[in-house]
Design a protein around this ligand. Structure first.
Ligand SMILES: Cc1cc2nc3c(=O)[nH]c(=O)nc-3n(C[C@H](O)[C@H](O)[C@H](O)COP(=O)(O)OP(=O)(O)OC[C@H]3O[C@@H](n4cnc5c(N)ncnc54)[C@H](O)[C@@H]3O)c2cc1C
Length: 476
């Protein structure tokens, strides 16, 4: 029996939650078929996992199977004339950058870490700091192959198995296993950006300024001091830039530093931060950032490599997710443009009211989506992330706070991101995601016995299975 097999502890990226699971790392499509066949015989459930960069419980599966695709990571073909790449779905953006940037092509829509797999990129239909210009990755997918619950391989594209194409992309691994992907990369004039910055005194200034910047600069993101209250609520700085037109495709500043610039080893850093990182120390860090710009000055240069510019967290704090004793929640909400100022102010005020402050926050611009992937996160507006350390002995208060924030997000017609910490219940899911019912109908059609489940899915849908009870919201 699988259930007697040794289990591995698998974490969400935010390290607030984990599952003990049978983890399988297939290296071929044939092996995936046999895992599915066995799981069905033994009535076990399968969760798909790529690089495990999602923060919450969408890749966890207590006492069941986690199918980790990361060993299937070969690039199958690369056409440097057309920019079409075909790869196994465990291939990472990192691998594609190293292969294709020297030929003048780039992954069109890169999330804030380059270690995301193609499968995970499709599963959450990821976007980057250029969402306002380039949308999400789904727009660039030509086709993919996925093995569904009937254990058959389906090729999905805009012409073939169209319903599956639009629901597996953004479908958080709940319909089948993506095994390979064809994606159109984008031609670039260089791998370098000119980095600019504008500081702002509060949300009103920040959003008004961002509105004037977002159309002219492809890459942009704002950092926000989420602790400051009163007149300075929402103060921060916008970083923005365009690709430079000099045909320089050398990949510089790519290696992840082993040490911080002040000499402390990145491996050692979490031991310090676990003791000293809190709202008081972050007030000081935020003050330094506002007054000296010390955290982002290295990317505000006339020529800075995209590796450094785009992958700030990978480069600056590769062990960031180990910084907190009980992990951290990353709550990411998006709101329609007309409600951003008011809505984000209210969300921050809720965190202040409960005393669970966001120690790191960012804001990004989004355009209207060109295609309707069923569970996609973006809508025309802005999103804000909030990194809030988990406090185990106050978890019920924290969940209460997040639910209050969800109500606000729903009131303003927004939603929260499944790839970050998905602290939501069924009612929130249905109210935030207009296609949720259609998605569940498609799941019922292609996976009637619910072979593909995750802790997140059982938690939201309130499903109990033998050997795995409904995961509690407090286990998030
Ligand atoms: C530092 C950091 C910055 C980030 N910045 C951004 C950002 O700017 N924009 C953004 O959109 N996201 C961002 N993210 C979130 C991240 O991009 C997404 O969570 C992404 O989906 C993770 O990909 P992964 O390969 O790690 O997949 P996982 O996290 O392992 O899985 C993601 C989803 O895909 C499903 N899945 C995995 N493999 C398969 C498969 N073979 N078949 C079918 N489904 C599968 C999983 O079930 C899961 O639901 C960031 C994450 C981090 C850690």
């Amino acid at each position: 029996m699988y259930n007697n097999e040794p289990k591995e502890r698998v974490y969400g990226w935010g390290r607030t939650t984990f599952s003990n699971s049978m983890v399988y790392r297939p290296s071929s499509i044939i092996q995936i078929h046999s895992i599915i066949e066995d799981a069905k015989k033994r009535k076990l459930k399968i969760t798909c996992r790529g690089s495990g960069r999602s923060y919450g419980d969408n890749t966890l599966n207590s006492n069941q199977i986690v199918l980790d695709i990361s060993e299937m990571n070969k690039i199958l073909s690369w056409d440097k004339e057309t920019g079409l790449i075909v790869a196994e779905s465990g291939a990472t953006i990192e691998k594609i950058i190293l292969k294709c940037v020297p030929d003048g092509w780039l992954f069109p829509s890169m999330p804030g870490t380059r270690f995301v797999s193609l499968a995970g990129a499709l599963g959450n239909n990821v976007h980057g700091k250029n969402e306002f210009h380039r949308g999400c990755i789904g727009e660039y997918v030509q086709s993919f192959d996925a093995i569904l619950a009937d254990n058959k391989l389906y090729t999905c594209s805009r012409d073939k198995n169209v319903e599956l194409f639009y629901s597996i992309i953004s479908g958080i691994g709940l319909l089948g296993v993506i095994v390979n992907v064809s994606i159109n990369l984008r031609k670039i004039p260089s791998y370098y950006v000119n980095g600019n910055v504008k500081k702002n005194k509060n949300f009103k200034e920040l959003i008004e300024e961002y509105e004037t910047i977002k159309g002219d600069f492809e890459y942009s993101i704002a950092w926000i001091d989420a602790i400051k209250s009163g007149k300075g609520l929402g103060r921060g700085e916008i970083n923005f830039g365009n690709l430079i037109n000099d045909n320089d495709y050398t990949i510089h500043d790519h290696e992840i530093p082993k040490r911080l610039s002040i000499g402390i080893s990145n491996d050692f850093l979490p031991l310090i931060t676990k003791r000293i990182l809190n709202v008081h120390t972050m007030k000081l860090v935020n003050w330094l950032q506002i007054n000296l710009g010390s955290m982002s000055s290295d990317v505000q240069k006339t020529k800075v490599s995209l590796s450094k510019y785009h992958y700030l967290m990978d480069m600056k704090f590769p062990k960031y997710n180990f910084f907190f004793k009980h992990g951290f929640f990353e709550y990411q909400a998006i709101l329609p443009i007309q409600f951003c100022m008011k809505g984000f102010e209210e969300l921050l005020k809720i965190t202040h009211k409960y005393g669970f402050y966001s120690l790191m926050s960012s804001l990004k611009a989004y355009r209207n989506q060109k295609e309707d992937f069923l569970l996609h996160f973006p809508l025309e507006g802005f999103s804000m992330t909030m990194d809030i350390p988990k406090e185990e002995n106050k978890i019920s208060q924290q969940v209460k706070m997040f639910f209050e924030m969800n109500e606000k997000v729903i009131e303003y017609g927004g939603r929260i991101n499944f790839g970050k910490t998905p602290i939501l219940n069924l009612e929130h899911f249905e109210n935030m995601y207009p296609n949720s019912k259609e998605f569940i109908n498609i799941k019922n059609k292609y996976d009637p016995d619910y072979l593909f489940e995750s802790n997140m899915f059982r938690r939201i849908m309130n499903i109990t299975r033998e050997g795995c009870e409904v995961p509690s919201i407090y286990s998030i």
